[in-house]
Write a new protein. Structure first.
Length: 262
């Protein structure tokens, strides 16, 4: 469901009703007469819808984490906020950038439209920038020939089941974050979709090597063996970017997570 499109339609309809009443019908109503139903239930919502639409389109947008691909950074059920202007001001609905404010940086957690079905929003970490050579071989990440160091950080206990996963600290750009890497899961990518610039990647039993095309990004989940990401379905084009995730504002199951992430 395209909520942005639905909100835009509601804005247009309520705005048209508000304008019709403000500039035409209100002047013809007898003084003291009650507003018609279409004003009370239509035009009266216009200011509220306008504020919500503006905030959601240009400032912040809320999302709910639906899967465990970003564990331990983000958990299933986290409600997060996404900065909509961090990577440029975009026109609502069509998502076309009109003002260039910034671009994704390595290590950012980014929300984007899934390349194989743009009606779905995905969230992953930016690993490869345009032009980067990304290698994930034997579960070790290398970018442009530089191996990204992993520092053991103890075992992670999954909150929804009695399962421990090896946790490591990883630094991408200026950001240090935790990743989970399972010891008993093979390193190769078992299911690879057909995607644009598929010839930029080489798959082996040890993993994958890709050169990120211009205008695209290579995304990976922090739960490395529990994430469907660019290793499987390819690169994220710039026009699919939604914004940078930065804040947990609610979690029904764990109130202590509120205010975390950044």
């Amino acid at each position: 469901m395209n909520f942005a499109l639905i909100l835009f339609v509601l804005l247009v309809v309520s705005g048209a009703l508000w304008a019709a009443d403000r500039f035409h019908f209100r002047k013809r109503r007898p003084a003291g007469s009650a507003e018609p139903w279409w004003v009370e239930y239509g035009a009266s919502f216009f200011p509220v819808i306008l504020v919500v639409f503006a905030l959601r389109s240009f400032v912040v947008e809320p999302f709910k984490i639906p899967s465990g691909s970003m564990i331990p950074t983000l958990l299933v059920g986290d409600f997060i906020l996404v900065n909509k202007y961090a990577y440029g001001i975009r026109l609502p609905v069509i998502n076309k950038k009109i003002i260039d404010v910034g671009s994704p940086q390595r290590g950012d957690v980014m929300v984007f439209r899934y390349p194989h079905d743009p009606s779905l929003d995905y969230i992953k970490r930016v690993v490869g920038l345009p032009g980067d050579r990304v290698e994930y071989i034997d579960k070790r990440l290398t970018i442009n020939g530089e191996r990204i160091e992993l520092t053991p950080a103890g075992d992670y206990l999954h909150p929804d089941r009695l399962l421990y996963s090896p946790r490591f600290e990883e630094k991408l750009g200026d950001r240090t974050h935790a990743v989970l890497i399972e010891r008993d899961v093979p390193p190769y990518v078992s299911h690879v979709k057909d995607f644009p610039y598929r010839d930029h990647c080489t798959y082996t039993t040890a993993g994958v090597r890709c050169t990120v095309p211009e205008g695209h990004y290579f995304m990976m989940g922090d739960n490395r063996d529990g994430s469907s990401d660019s290793r499987e379905w390819g690169f994220v084009p710039e026009e699919n970017i939604v914004g940078r995730a930065f804040f947990i504002w609610f979690n029904f199951g764990d109130m202590k997570r509120i205010g975390g992430f950044h």
